[in-house]
Design a protein around this ligand. Structure first.
Ligand SMILES: [Cu+2]
Length: 184
């Protein structure tokens, strides 16, 4: 993956040169932003399943090739636990439902969408993870599309289980435990 970064990074000269060339050749799909980052304490909807103080960081890189690379870091969740996670269309609210449905690049006319033709990790942002013994975890996904200013995801929701991929329940990951608002 190639990143256009405004901050100096400890990269070897060849990569720096390639990056600089790419900077001039690139035509970003989203004007003015080739990456975003959001970090903070999770909004908790299940205070038993999500310890107080648990937090998350979401970073997205939008490449000149038209891909989106999204990374989720979590800290201080329950140790050695499976969680599902996805980008949802609305910002976090006072209940888990406020985040709305999963963001889909190609929108299923049937909602909530459980059809694997639409509810899949190439058409949605899936960030399932399993925490380590310290309650920390990381997930990354890459999809071959980008958000548009008119249609963006606005949150990442943490669910109680890993995301299903069956014929009738794709994209389902159980209860919404926590949320972080992200201006994708
Ligand atoms: Cu979700």
């Amino acid at each position: 993956m190639r990143r256009i970064t405004k901050r100096p990074a400890p990269i070897v000269p060849m990569v720096a040169i390639a990056s600089a060339i790419g900077l001039f050749a690139a035509s970003p799909a989203i004007a003015g932003a080739d990456r975003i980052r959001a970090e903070g304490e999770l909004i908790r909807y299940d205070t038993a399943a999500v310890p107080e103080g648990a937090r998350a960081r979401v970073q997205a890189v939008y490449t000149s090739a038209g891909d989106s690379i999204v990374t989720l870091h979590v800290w201080d969740l329950r140790p050695n636990t499976d969680y599902g996670a996805h980008a949802h269309v609305n910002p976090c609210g006072t209940t888990g439902l406020d985040a709305g449905s999963h963001f889909q690049n190609d929108i299923d006319s049937v909602q909530p969408s459980t059809n694997p033709a639409y509810a899949n990790p190439a058409n949605e942002i899936w960030l399932d993870l399993t925490t380590g013994g310290d309650g920390n975890g990381v997930a990354q996904t890459k999809v071959p599309w980008q958000f548009s200013p008119a249609r963006r995801a606005n949150s990442v929701v943490i669910h109680v289980e890993h995301t299903h991929t069956g014929q009738t329940d794709s994209g389902v990951a159980g209860a919404r435990l926590a949320c972080v608002t992200v201006g994708f």
